[in-house]
Design a protein around this ligand. Sequence first.
Ligand code: SAH
Length: 331
Amino acid sequence: MAQYTLGNHILDTGQPRAEVLAAILKDDSINEELFYAANKVKTEQYGNLVFVRGIIEFSNYCRCLCAYCGINARMKDAVRYRMAPDELVEAAVDTAKVYRTVILQSGEDCYYTAEMLAGIVRRIKEKAQCAVTLSIGERSLEEYRIMKQAGADRFLLKHETANAALYQSLHGVPLEGRLDAQRRIKGLGFELGGGFMVGLPGQTDEILAQDLLTLVREGVDMAGIGPFIAHPDTPLRGSADGNAHKTLKVLALARLLLPKCHLPSTTALNVKGGMKNALLCGANVIMQKATPYEYRKLYDIYPGRDAKDIPLREQYEELKEKLAELNLTAE
Ligand code: SAH
């Protein structure tokens, strides 16, 4: 257990208190200290290494009604696509030539049965040496088990917001369902990636403190923390976007609370120009888009996502140069 003194605040990491976390989030006079401490902890854990992952967004069909998301089931004008298993395996094997971890993400698309996904994972693992992360939403214990047995290593499923009323209003279903799914994933031995959005309409610093405590309580191995970005075709159109600076503070606190946790500079934060800062405020992971070009624009969960068509290897070289400027090395 560590203790950090940040201005007038004393943060105990073993049993952090929500009030202390919220007070730190409100107090901008301690930001430099906070970022410095987070960077120090990250450097102690990971040196100057940044883990780079390739993400393939393989389907934008979705059964969910998440109010913030541009591919939710009600988006009648969304052009939908699905990658065929062979196409996905091929894309993943190509991605694994550049990156050591391949993330397969989609809307909640039940066209892909657990057996299909297991087959895809198995074939990727046979042909390439890489870790496979799934990010496909909520499934039953049995379905998750089938995917785990096929060799999937990690699973990303964010809790999105830890406030039960806010969660219910955004998703139309209770938060408990999401937390139960995370527990099924963790219980099967997956590395669990959780996380949440910063700046959702109605969110307060007290709620963000609960979000951070939820990461600690659920024992996440990774956490994606990104700003909310309003999508113009969703019910949240016109809402203010999450603030990049606040997101960095939350990220830095996550690093102090969970020293070993893998914390990406999320795509949403990169959209807000925060990548460089995130890597100096506790983040140690970057996700690079590896979705085949023709599908990139269609995976329109929020606006402003980088859809540049740069070959993976070039994209990786560019990133390595950017990292070198920060004295960081891609792993
Ligand atoms: N269907 C999968 C993948 C979701 S998309 C799942 O449910 O896990 C990946 C992440 O994008 C979500 O977890 C959410 O945190 C984020 N996201 C979606 N819409 C967003 C928005 N408008 N602004 C910021 N982040 C958003």
